[in-house]
Write a new protein. Structure first.
Length: 260
């Protein structure tokens, strides 16, 4: 990773890294630490230590390996814990490969980006910057995995902690259209609405779900989609974390950093 001009302390991105082994975590911390735009927390390996460092350092971005030690899926549970303990911290999931199952599970676990180990260190730095700025780090294939998972025949359920419905039936119709990638005009045509009415629906949906972009709506729906599937199969599911609210943006392009 090339050495960049050192940033003032207050402008540096605070990063927490937890790779699959203590040695790999140390190497990752040292590599990121040589980049002047990052402040990298001291390495930690156990979940309790990671959460303690996260709380102490108030990390902006957590770079978490999906595989934690002998547990091939431990990072997904850790991501959920991080999102619950520190909603302002954005998670990037380190994956051994960009296969469908781990990509979908990473986003269901609250990750705002996925990074494959076959990518360059230069791309790793860029992914951290982009996620810190509120973008989603994923390539077109990975985004397609998410959209395909939304098409699976499981009813969407948007419920509060007390079990009350968050969205009306019409708002859920709009969310389904958003998940298909339809524009406001196309949604208006499909649902027989005025385009201005669609914008109003989106503002209300963003506000109710605490999100700020169409991609975040899809990710939120994806998490609830997974919970609904588990509920229908009578399997207990972990509580999904609602993304922190940001200023709503309706007409701007979806803020996704695509890697090709």
């Amino acid at each position: 990773m090339a050495q960049l001009t050192s940033f003032p302390q207050q402008d540096r991105i605070r990063v927490l890294a937890a790779d699959n082994t203590s040695m790999n975590t140390q190497l990752l911390v040292e590599t990121l630490g040589r980049d002047g735009q990052f402040n990298v927390a001291s390495p930690a390996s156990k979940e309790a230590e990671i959460l303690a460092v996260l709380k102490r350092e108030r990390s902006h971005v957590a770079l978490i390996s999906a595989r934690q030690g002998a547990d091939s899926r431990g990072g997904f549970g850790l991501s959920r814990e991080i999102c619950s303990a520190s909603p302002s911290t954005r998670v990037i999931m380190l994956l051994d490969s960009s296969e469908r199952a781990p990509v979908i599970e990473a986003f269901r676990a609250g990750a705002r980006g996925v990074f494959c180990r076959t990518e360059s260190l230069k791309s790793l730095a860029k992914s951290i910057r982009c996620v810190h700025e509120g973008q989603i780090w994923a390539n077109s294939t990975e985004l397609q995995f998410l959209l395909e998972s939304m098409a699976e025949p499981v009813p969407m359920k948007f419920l509060s902690a007390s079990g009350d419905a968050l969205l009306s039936a019409r708002e859920i119709d709009v969310v389904r259209c958003v998940a298909e990638g339809l524009s406001n005009r196309e949604i208006a045509q499909r649902l027989n609405l005025r385009e201005h009415t669609v914008k109003n629906y989106l503002f209300r949906i963003f506000d109710k779900l605490g999100v700020s972009s169409r991609v975040e709506v899809v990710l939120y729906a994806l998490g609830n989609h997974a919970a609904a599937a588990k509920s229908d199969d009578a399997i207990p599911s972990k509580k999904e974390t609602t993304p922190a609210a940001l200023p709503a943006r309706i007409d701007l392009p979806v803020r996704v950093m695509r890697r090709n």
